[in-house]
Structure formats: C-alpha cells, structure tokens
Write a protein that binds this ligand. Structure first.
Ligand code: GLC
Length: 464
C-alpha cells in the first residue's frame, strides 16, 4: 500500500481510537498521535437496537457519484482540480432516486439500519441546508432535499436511520483558518490548502466555522431525527478546537436518544474500526465499516467486489465478537444502485434470512480455546451457535461444555448427530462434544450449527 496523505490521515484517525499516546510505524514512517485522556461519558443512550442489529448498510452518495474520482479526497489529494471536482454537481441529478427501492433492498440484505452521507468532506449537503448553497436543492439539478425521503423510506421498512456527517468541510471559506493545536508543527499538514491556513491563523474565522457546523447539525437532528449520527473527519483539529464535549451535550439536548459513533475524539458511544477486521475486538459496542469493493462512493472502474462468502465471513467474525458490520455501497449520481451491488446484497440476504435466529439479538460466543471458530450465544445463554466456514472432515469439536446438549441442528436446516468424546467423569472432565456435519447439511457461504444446552452455558475453567 502506498502511503498517501489519505491513508496516513485514515491511519491517524484510527490510531486515535486506541487512546493514550500511540507510536506506529507505517512503511518506515513513524506516526505519533496524541489522544487527550479518555473523557468520562455518563449519558450513554440505550444501545440495544444497535448491538442487536449486526448488519447496517452504509451509503456514500454525493456529487462524486458520477464515478470519476473518489469522494472528496480526489481534490484534497490533487488527483483532480477542485473546480473540476465541484463541477460534478452539474450532473448530480438524482433522476432515478427511489429510496423505497433502496429500503426494500437493504432490508432484503438483512440490514437493520442504514447510514447515508448527508455531507462529505467536500461540503456538499444532500439536504436543503439554509447554511450554504452547496446542497442538492440549490446547487445541483437534483433540485430537492434528498435526506427527508430517505429517512421516510427506511423507517417505512422498519430500519433505523443513520446520517453520516463530516465535521471538516474543505469547501467552507472559514474552515482552513487554524492549525491543529497538537499538529501545528506538522509540515505535511501545513501544506494542504483545504485543511489549513496558508498564512497566519484566523481564530475569528474558526469561530464562524463552528457556528456553521453547529447550525447544520441542528438542522439535521431537529428535522430528520436520526437514530444514529455517524461522524467523520475529526482528525484535523483537536477535541478542544472542535469543543467536542460541548458538541456532545448539544446533540444530546437536540435529540436525547441519538447514538454517536467514535469520530468525536473520545465523546462518541461506540468504536468505529474501518476497513480492517480487528483481531481482538474493541471494548464496548463497535462496528466495522467496510466497502463492498475498494471504494466508498461509486467508482466506475472499481470492479473488485468482495464475494458473498467474504462478506458473510466478516459479518460473522464481527457478530461473534459482539460487533456490527456496516457494509458500504455507492449509488450512481442518478440514484441507482448498480446490478452487481444489488446482486451481492440479495445473495447476502439469502444467507442472513436463513441464519436470522443466530444473528440478530445474539451476543459474543465462547473463547476460541473451546471452539476453533466464531461462535454466538442467545441472550439466555442456553443456545450456542457455532460458525463453520469449511466443512470439517471429522465433525465440529467443542471442548469443555459442562451442560448436557439437548439437541444439535443446522440453523435453518435439520437435526445433526452429536456425541461426547473423552469424557472423564472421575476427573470432572465434560470432554469434547462432536457434531457431525454432512456435506448436504452445509451452507455454501457459511454453516451455523445450533447447540441447545440444558441451562445457561457452563464452561470448564481454564487450567482444569
Ligand atoms: C474515511 C474516509 C472517507 C470515508 C470514511 C468512511 O474516513 O476519509 O472518505 O467516507 O472513511 O468511514
């Protein structure tokens, strides 16, 4: 991977999540990111719908959806002149925008919530904001608010509504007015005219920008009542400069139950790893956001779609560690979702609907010492779900379960035979449960074996 300013920035924002002072080496470059001591959050909302949801669909849609260059980064990173990038607004028609179709498709994929880009780093808003003319009503042939119809359509399908919002705004004249307090001496950061002032700092302009930032957020919270606000682009300023503590309090006063992702520099409600599956899960609620191919927004040339098997694998890896998968799609400027993306979502839906019982509302399963694979438990903890990607030659082995197994079956399928192996009652050893999984019972994308236990799961203590 080449180190572009973007990948470096993305790495920086990810590193911030890990807290404290972090030093990382990326292709020989040492990156240091300081995190202010983790703030105490005392007003966390009830997050049950979120932690039960497992799958969300992320939608990157904006003037970049013509498919020529990446969302916002195209001009920031110098791949396209700013004016050429912004001129894409002229073809942002939303002519075939059918949010009811999106909602039906996302629901069929198995999603329980969706997150749409209300405004990316380029500053172009999809709603008719009163704060700037850069919006879908006043600044593009779309000629109307696109967020309201989205919220309505998702809610009509019973989906929770999320809105993505970029704190930073590379088009706003007052944005590039101060340096990042922590990174003020970072020569690389100072170079970019969209991010930082090219001359002296102008704190008064920054105050104006914050007023604009708050006014836009007040518009989207009070008007659309999102269940989730998915922030991005916090990394160019410090928590103090953004006044994140104050922002959290403002958002909660406008919309008390709203859930905030982590790009709030310590003031969010859940962790937001991006593109890479964490080997060990973050603490607390979390969600992995991941593109369906290699791009967030629609890119005509990007054909590197993930397979349904890969997506199912990532979904179950996340779910088995208590996390959600937020799978990103990129509609075109006219609002249509390409057939390739639609096909993947529908095929994913075949898997999620068959395995719904094991997926939604379950919790992280048992440690890998007991079963060499992902697993999940129901809330009563008396049903254990074992995820199996490749059909085992000798059956599935689960060690150290003290409870009798009442029944073994395939989720969405029939009974399976099971037996105890190496039980040593004199040593209080429950042995190994072996479940046979014949070829015809296996699912082509991933099989889930359901073990019904006699009572809440009891595992053999490690070391015994
Ligand atoms: C990164 C990128 C941005 C994208 C986001 C989604 O932060 O900067 O383009 O929207 O990831 O998580």
């Amino acid at each position: 991977m080449a180190v572009t300013p973007r990948s470096l920035l993305t790495s920086l924002s990810w590193l911030r999540l890990t807290g404290a002072l972090v030093a990382a080496t990326i292709l020989g470059i040492v990156v240091r990111a300081a995190e202010p001591s983790t703030p105490m959050i005392t007003d966390r909302p009830d997050m049950t719908w979120f932690t039960d949801a497992r799958l969300g669909i992320f939608i990157h849609w904006g003037i970049y959806s013509e498919g020529k260059g990446s969302e916002s980064w195209a001009f920031h990173d110098g791949q396209m002149p700013y004016d050429e990038y912004m001129a894409q607004a002229k073809t942002f028609t939303a002519a075939k925008y059918d949010p009811a179709h999106w909602a039906e498709l996302f629901k069929a994929a198995g999603a329980r919530y969706t997150v749409l880009t209300s405004k990316h780093h380029d500053g172009f808003a999809l709603w008719d904001t009163k704060q700037s003319a850069l919006n879908a009503k006043d600044g593009a042939p779309a000629g109307r608010d696109l967020i309201g119809p989205y919220c309505e359509a998702m809610r009509a399908q019973g989906l929770k509504v999320g809105l993505y919002f970029s704190h930073l705004d590379w088009s706003h004249p007052d944005y590039a007015s101060v340096f990042n307090a922590a990174g003020a001496n970072d020569p690389a950061g100072r170079k970019n005219r969209f991010s930082y002032p090219q001359g002296p700092e102008n704190p008064a302009a920054w105050e104006r920008f914050l007023a604009f930032h708050r006014a836009q957020l007040r518009e989207i919270t009070e008007r659309f009542h999102p269940d989730l606000l998915w922030f991005d682009g916090d990394w160019e300023r410090s928590a103090e400069q953004w006044r994140m503590k104050e922002l959290r309090a403002q958002l909660k006063s406008w919309l008390p139950d709203v859930i905030l992702n982590s790009r709030m520099q310590g003031y969010g409600d859940y962790a937001t790893p991006e593109q890479a599956l964490p080997v060990r899960p973050p603490t607390g609620p979390w969600e992995l956001c991941m593109t369906i191919n290699d791009s967030w927004g629609y890119q005509a040339k990007d054909r590197n779609f993930k397979t349904v098997r890969q997506i199912v694998r990532l979904l179950t890896e996340c779910a088995s560690q208590g996390g959600n998968l937020l799978l990103d799609v990129g509609p075109r400027s006219d609002g249509t979702i390409t057939p390739e993306q639609e096909q993947i979502l529908r095929a994913l839906g075949r898997w999620t609907s068959k395995h719904a019982g094991a997926l939604y509302g379950t919790t992280a399963g048992i440690p890998k010492d007991y079963y060499y694979g992902p697993s999940l438990l129901n809330k009563a903890r008396d049903v254990l779900y074992l995820v199996c990607y490749d059909r085992p030659v000798d059956g599935l082995y689960v060690k150290g379960i003290r409870n009798p197994v009442k029944r073994a079956s395939v989720e969405g399928g029939g009974e399976l035979t099971h037996r105890r192996f190496m039980k040593a009652e004199w040593a209080h050893q429950p042995g190994i449960v072996i479940v046979d999984l014949p070829e015809e019972a296996a699912d082509p994308d991933a099989t889930i074996v359901r073990l019904e236990l006699d009572g809440p799961i009891e595992l053999l203590e490690p070391g015994t």
